[in-house]
Design a protein around this ligand. Structure first.
Ligand SMILES: [Mn+2]
Length: 426
C-alpha cells in the first residue's frame, strides 16, 4: 500500500474554541454585507463557452474588482490576517498572496495563527519559501498592541477555527475581508466577502485575483516565484493532488505553472514524517474497527505538536480496501494551557457523503449552538473541548478511564450514523 506524503490535512481540523461572529455592537455597515451567490447562478456564468482572454468567470472578475475597491478604501492601514489555529498550505499560501496584494495599496499585513504548524510539509513550506506567518498564542496576544490594526482578515476560514478571533473582536477591530471555500459557517459581517464552497481551494480564488491583475507576478522576483510555488502547493493539497480539481482549479494551476518553482515544490513534498506521527498512524491501524465501509480509530492521547498526525492517519486509513470513509480521533493535550481537546478528522472517497453534514449530524452543537465540527469536499474535522475533565493525567488509571469514556462516546455517536443497529455500549 502506497503512502503518499502529499496528502495534506484539511483546514477543518480545528473547530470552535471561541468565536462569536456576530458581535452585539455591529460596527460594520449592514449594507456592506454581500450575499453569497448560489452555485446555480455561477454555473450559468461559467458555462457559456466564452474563451475570454483570461478565461476568468464573471464572478471571479467581479469579486476581484470589489476587493480592489475595498483595498483602495483602506490604503495605508495595518491589517491582521488570521488563519485557522492549525494552518494548512492552502491557508498559508493564500494569506501570503493577500499580504502581497495588500502591499500594493500600502497596507501592511501580519499573518498570524494561534496553534502550531504540525504537518511536516507545512513546516517545510514555511521554512523553504520564507513564508511570513507568525505564531501568536493567546499569551503572545496579551503583549501586543492591537490598536495598531485597523482591520482583520480571514483567509481559508470564517473565524470558527481560530482562538484569536474572539480577542480581536473584543478589541473592536472590524472584520474587513473574508475569502474562503468552506460552507458558510454563520452570519458573517464583513466589508468584503468572497465565499465559494464549490471552489476546491482558496488558493484558486487568490490565483484568480492575481489573474485579474490585483498583483502582476514577475518571474524575476524571487518572492513572487516562492509565493506562486506556495499557491501551487496549497491548490494541490486541497484537491488531493489535483484529482478532485475542477476546471477553475486547473485553470489556476495552469496560470501558476508559468511562475512556480517545480524543484522547490518537490523539496517541500519530500518532507518526512516524525517518529511520533508514525506512532500515531500505527496506533490508528491497530485500533481501527471497520463497519459498513467506515474505518473508525481512536488513538488515545497526543501532544499538541503532534496533532496533525490525526488527519494523516485518516488519510492512511481511507486507503484500505473496502473502506470509503475513515475517522480518526484522539485527545490532544496542550501542556502550556493545561487544556485537553478531543480532535478528530474524517476523510472520505464516497462522493455522496458530505463531511460537513456527517460531522454536524454525528456530534451536534455545544450549549451555545456552535457545531463541534464541519468540513468541505472529502474532508472534515471536529474538536470537542474537555473542559472540567482536562488534565490530572498523572494518575494513569484516571487518564485511562477518561479516554475509555470519550472513546466509547465518540464511537457511539459515529456508529449511530454508520450502522444504527450497532451500539458499542450494549
Ligand atoms: Mn482550503
Amino acid at each position: 500500500m502506497q503512502f503518499n506524503s502529499s496528502l495534506t490535512p484539511s483546514q477543518f481540523e480545528s473547530l470552535p474554541l471561541t468565536t462569536d461572529l456576530t458581535p452585539d455592537d455591529a460596527e460594520v455597515d449592514n449594507k456592506l454585507v454581500r450575499e453569497v451567490p448560489s452555485k446555480q447562478s455561477i454555473v450559468g456564468l461559467t458555462g457559456d463557452g466564452n474563451s475570454g482572454e483570461q478565461r476568468l468567470n464573471s464572478l471571479a472578475n467581479q469579486k476581484s474588482e470589489e476587493l480592489r475597491h475595498t483595498l483602495q478604501a483602506h490604503k495605508h492601514e495595518r491589517h491582521l490576517v488570521i488563519l485557522q489555529d492549525f494552518p494548512d498550505p492552502d491557508a498559508l499560501s493564500s494569506a501570503w498572496t493577500y499580504q502581497l496584494i495588500a502591499l500594493q495599496y500600502d497596507i501592511k499585513c501580519d499573518i498570524v495563527y494561534a496553534g502550531t504548524l504540525s504537518h511536516q510539509e507545512n513546516i517545510a513550506l514555511v521554512k523553504l519559501t520564507g513564508l511570513p506567518a507568525q505564531r501568536w498564542t493567546l499569551q503572545t496576544l496579551k503583549s501586543k498592541d492591537l490598536s495598531s490594526y485597523q482591520g482583520f482578515v480571514l483567509v481559508d476560514n470564517q473565524g470558527t477555527t481560530s482562538a484569536l478571533v474572539a480577542i480581536v473582536q473584543q478589541a473592536r477591530i472590524p472584520l474587513l475581508v473574508v475569502v474562503d471555500h468552506h460552507n458558510l459557517q454563520g452570519d458573517l459581517k464583513s466589508e468584503f466577502l468572497d465565499i465559494r464552497p464549490y471552489v476546491r481551494a482558496t488558493a484558486t480564488i487568490f490565483t484568480q485575483y492575481l489573474q485579474a491583475g490585483l498583483l502582476i507576478l514577475d518571474s524575476s522576483i524571487h518572492q513572487h516565484v516562492k509565493c506562486a510555488t506556495a499557491l501551487m502547493h496549497g491548490l494541490r493539497s486541497d484537491t488531493n493532488r489535483l484529482m478532485q480539481a475542477q476546471e477553475e482549479d486547473f485553470m489556476a494551476a495552469a496560470y501558476l505553472s508559468k511562475f512556480y518553482d517545480a524543484q522547490l515544490l518537490n523539496t517541500v513534498l519530500q518532507a518526512t514524517r516524525s517518529k511520533r506521527a508514525m506512532d500515531v498512524i500505527e496506533r490508528s491501524l491497530k485500533n481501527r474497527i471497520v463497519q459498513n465501509n467506515f474505518s473508525i480509530a481512536g488513538v488515545g492521547y497526543l501532544r499538541y505538536d503532534d496533532r496533525d498526525a490525526i488527519p494523516q492517519a485518516a488519510d492512511f486509513l481511507v486507503t484500505e480496501d473496502n473502506v470509503h470513509t475513515a475517522v480518526v480521533y484522539g485527545i490532544v493535550h496542550d501542556e502550556d494551557e493545561e487544556l485537553e481537546v478531543v480532535v478528530g478528522s474524517l476523510r472520505t472517497t464516497k462522493l455522496t457523503l458530505d463531511p460537513d453534514e456527517f460531522i454536524k449530524e454525528a456530534f451536534g452543537q455545544d450549549s451555545s449552538g456552535r457545531f463541534f465540527g464541519g468540513g468541505r469536499t472529502s474532508a472534515g474535522g471536529f474538536e470537542i473541548p474537555m473542559g472540567f475533565l482536562s488534565g490530572s493525567n498523572e494518575n494513569s488509571p484516571y487518564a485511562k478511564m477518561k479516554w475509555e469514556v470519550f472513546d466509547a462516546q465518540i464511537k457511539q455517536k459515529l456508529l449511530r450514523l454508520v450502522n444504527p443497529k450497532d451500539n458499542p455500549i450494549q
